[in-house]
Ligand binder design. Structure first.
Ligand SMILES: *Cc1c(COP(=O)(O)O)cnc(C)c1O
Length: 365
């Protein structure tokens, strides 16, 4: 007798498409016997981990018998000082994806609508379907979020809107004035999540300073992460900023020890390491220019990006090119699951890694 366990779940879970992560280096090396491969598939920091941080973290190895601080007192003090908010406005997650999940569980459910944009980050549909809410997807505008379409999609059943700024995988972004007037038009019963996972990389002058909007919009939640520019993806830590009332709700939902000892310490150190962040942003800027120059020279169409990756068009044989790149030891990200089967996404690496990608792709074309 076989049991179809899926029939025991609700329709949201039945329609859920699992998240497909970038291929790990170890997996490629195991499968194809390739040495020295470079992973430009998950928007990770290419800068590695600095020695001072490693030394600091190893000091905590002898304390792993103890639970971490469930309230993350020290880290919240550091965030609070840096961002000019009260410690009661933060909710910490095991990665910011964990916070996105808490938000869906708090504010969406059966009979309620969650609005997302076409080509937006796929974790939003996953968390919306997990709580069996109705997903409403508005068409993209120039690969990015069409705020007018998102506004027009709001009904009395809408409870949550997710906006990625910049968006992954398209690298598109929304300007301060447009986003502010959008927020002004959203009714208070709708929670708006601004996902700023790539915030630190953006150098454009009219990119919003959204933290100051928290005092104006009680329905606004901003999420950020230590996974990208701070280079701590493996430790899993991110956070939300909101009104104290929303943070109180999210912190009730949050599992008490969702941040491990190392993540808490590393995030606190990362916040005070302005030099690492500066280098992260500088290396990324140079890498963006390096790749755009190559794409322009080769006449390869790409979507202009302000984040640490670029999505480019290779045509209907994108999977074939992806596989050829793998055999040359270069891992990029296919994005057919984003309904962009003719595109690939490449993360910005160090100059030599970018060059390796440029060389490998040139050989494939
Ligand atoms: C990478 C990413 C995140 C966060 O990932 P975590 O590692 O869980 O913090 C969130 N949103 C977007 C759009 C991302 O690309």
């Amino acid at each position: 007798m076989s049991l179809d366990a899926l029939t025991l779940t609700h329709s949201g879970i039945q329609s859920l498409q699992p998240y497909v992560p970038g291929k790990p280096v170890e997996e490629l090396e195991r499968e194809l016997g390739i040495k020295d491969s470079v992973k430009l598939a998950s928007n990770e920091s290419p800068l590695g981990v600095n020695q001072a941080l490693l030394a600091e973290l190893s000091g905590y190895l002898g304390k792993v018998n103890l639970y971490p601080d469930a309230n993350a007192y020290q880290l919240k003090q550091a965030l609070s000082a840096q961002l000019g908010l009260s410690a009661s406005q933060f909710t910490l997650g095991n990665g910011s994806n964990d916070v996105l999940d808490m938000i869906a569980r708090a504010f969406a459910g059966p009979g309620q609508q969650v609005i997302v944009s076409e080509f937006a980050f796929l974790v939003y549909p996953i968390v919306a379907k997990l709580v069996n809410a109705d997903l409403v997807t508005t068409p993209a505008l120039d690969w990015g979020h069409d705020l007018s379409a998102m506004k027009a999609a709001i009904t009395e059943k809408t409870s949550l809107i997710f906006i990625a700024n910049p968006n992954n995988p398209t690298g598109t972004w929304l300007k301060s004035a447009a986003l502010k007037s959008f927020l002004e038009g959203v009714p208070e019963h709708v929670i708006v999540v601004l996902d700023e996972a790539y915030f630190e990389y953006v150098t454009e002058a009219d990119y919003p300073d959204s933290v100051k909007w928290l005092s104006t919009f009680p329905n606004l939640i901003i999420t950020r992460t230590f996974s990208k520019a701070y280079g701590l993806a493996g430790l899993r830590i991110g956070y939300a900023m909101s009104s104290p009332a929303i943070a109180d709700i999210l912190n009730r939902i949050r599992q008490p020890f969702n941040n491990n000892v190392f993540a808490l310490i590393a995030a606190e150190k990362a916040l005070s390491d302005a030099e690492f962040l500066r280098e992260s942003v500088a290396v990324n800027q140079q890498g963006l220019v390096q790749l755009m120059t190559f794409f322009n020279e080769r006449g390869i169409e790409y979507i202009p990006s302000v984040a640490n990756f670029i999505t480019f068009r290779v045509g209907p044989n994108a999977m074939d090119i992806y596989n050829q790149l793998l055999r040359k030891g270069v891992i990029v990200r296919p994005i057919a699951n984003y309904n962009m089967p003719h595109y690939l996404r490449v993360s910005i690496g160090l100059a030599a890694q970018n060059q390796r990608f440029i060389h490998a792709l040139s050989e494939c074309l």
